[in-house]
Design a protein around this ligand. Structure first.
Ligand code: GAR
Length: 217
């Protein structure tokens, strides 16, 4: 699908692993009309206990479990996700609190059509091993005064693809990894991820080398 052609709503699948607060931000923004030209077609969870599945059910979005635990390796897990995305004829994949790195064939198949949210200002505190609370522990241990979140397109290298949006959040001296995680979610992730999805679905993103140009309507 060309990102410029907005002929039908963009069929979007959201991949989740846990609590799904980013999924909730997407669901809410969609209901309020803040995400345009987007059909939320599926939620796919890497774990059957994820509360994100309950959020999908409340919103009436079909959900599927592709349980990481039953696959012997990352390649077979990624292949199963790939097959499901193709069966559902998905145009855009959103990783919203999805805790696994996917294999290159799947990422390449969705080149510039797979968006991840990372809870730091990439390239800081990103890449292999930086996920969930580990990211905020690392930022606090380093002593940075500002962190934030990044919405970016995925490439085969973890957290290294073209950056769509970033938002900075101030670090407080009293912060713990938990308080910092929560503030970054509230002030940054829950805003920039729905916005990045809408920009994509409106056909307003153009990738030039590793820069993302946001086009005016
Ligand atoms: C969020 O901060 C998300 O950015 C992060 O896990 C948290 C859980 O989100 N994702 C990663 O670290 C992936 N690399 P959730 O409440 O949306 O499930």
């Amino acid at each position: 699908m060309s990102n410029n052609a907005v002929s039908r709503d963009v069929k979007t699948a959201v991949l989740v692993s846990g609590g799904g607060t980013n999924l909730q931000a997407i669901l809410d923004a969609h209901i309020f009309g803040e995400i345009k030209n987007c059909e939320l077609a599926a939620v796919i969870s890497s774990n059957s206990d994820a509360y994100a599945l309950t959020r999908a059910a409340h919103a009436g979005i079909p959900s599927y479990v592709i349980d990481r635990k039953i696959f012997p390796n990352r390649a077979s897990f990624s292949e199963a996700i790939h097959r499901k995305l193709e069966d559902l004829d998905i145009d855009l994949v959103v990783l919203a609190g999805f805790m696994y790195v996917l294999d290159p064939p799947l990422v390449r198949a969705f080149r510039n059509r797979m968006i991840n949210v990372h809870p730091a200002l990439i390239p800081s505190f990103s890449g292999m091993g930086y996920y969930g609370l580990h990211v905020h522990e690392a930022a606090l241990n380093y002593g940075v005064k500002v962190s934030g979140a990044t919405a970016h397109f995925c490439t085969s290298e973890a957290d290294a693809g073209p950056i769509i949006l970033q938002k900075a959040v101030e670090i407080l001296e009293t912060d713990t990894p938990q308080t910092l995680q929560r503030r970054i979610m509230e002030q940054a992730e829950w805003k920039i991820l729905p916005e990045a999805i809408s920009l994509f679905c409106e056909g307003r993103l153009e990738v030039v080398d590793r820069r993302v140009i946001i086009k005016d309507l």
